[in-house]
Design a protein around this ligand. Sequence first.
Ligand SMILES: [Zn+2]
Ligand SMILES: [Zn+2]
Length: 348
Amino acid sequence: MIKFLTYLVLSVIVLSGLLRYSLEFESAQDIAIEQVYRAGMSNAANGLPNPDSLRVFVCGSASPLGNTPRAQACIAVLTPSHFYIFDSGAGSTANISGAGLPYERLQGVFLTHFHSDHIAELYELNLASWVRGRSTAMNVYGPKGVAKVVSGINDTYELDVEYRVEHHGSDLLNPNLAKLKAETISAGVVLEDGDLTVTAYTASHAPIEPAVGYRIDYRGRSVVISGDSLVTDDTRRIASNVDLLLHDALSLPLTEAAAEAATTAGLTRLAKIISDVMDYHASTDSLIELGADTDAGMVAFYHLVPAPANLIMLKIFERNLPANFVLANDGDWFELPSDSADITYTNQ
Ligand SMILES: [Zn+2]
Ligand SMILES: [Zn+2]
């Protein structure tokens, strides 16, 4: 048996060495890239499985604080006939593309507020879905101020749209679908689209006003997406008995340690900014209480403040978490089958 295992290990080492060496030759490189492209295009053409579930994809799990490859705030919500994005932070469009989400049926984006880490890639998202064949203009729902944000983006990228239409032709790229369309919303039901309802609620992110979070209901299943907020009575009401609560989360031990280190190093501007951040995001302790108060089925922290850059930070962030709590990663999936109590969590 030992002889066989030794033989097996040696064979694997020799074969991988040969494979690596073969990639020095152009013909081998060409064959390899052909296979990689074919597999990628075939996946894109086949699309994702489309079960009758409320599905949630984490396209961004970071806040601006922290040194991390994670994308900033972004959550995608899909059913067989719906596809909406909630916030569009830096780096999130690449995650959406990488996961093969169906851009061609993207219906709109909901914004929680207008901090840069929630809106940075609105145009990238608009462009990616326009190029892939989205059939209506992209609606951008948000509280008062959304019209200003959308108008600025449309102005900024007017030339980009012109270049692309001229280059690829208006039959392929309809210029009427290239402009974002603002929809101002306030707290209450903001969208009823077949079996899917989106309800906005008031978030507490002072001095940023207005700021909202959203609850999505679909065939007996529910998800709350907080955006940036402290825990308030509104949060408790909207998250009551929710299946999945996605909330921004701040680790006080980590932020306090970072602020103290910045002060000690004489980085007073940085220390002040880190200290300021502590008063407008929900602490992990307040979310643990919220989870118990609301009887949420599962609680996922996203928009992590700060985004953990190593195992030590991760362990500190996870202190005292109940079994139904997780720290979301970019690329995570949550699947909530219709009219059931199950949640399938696929962790990256
Ligand atoms: Zn914010
Ligand atoms: Zn934020």
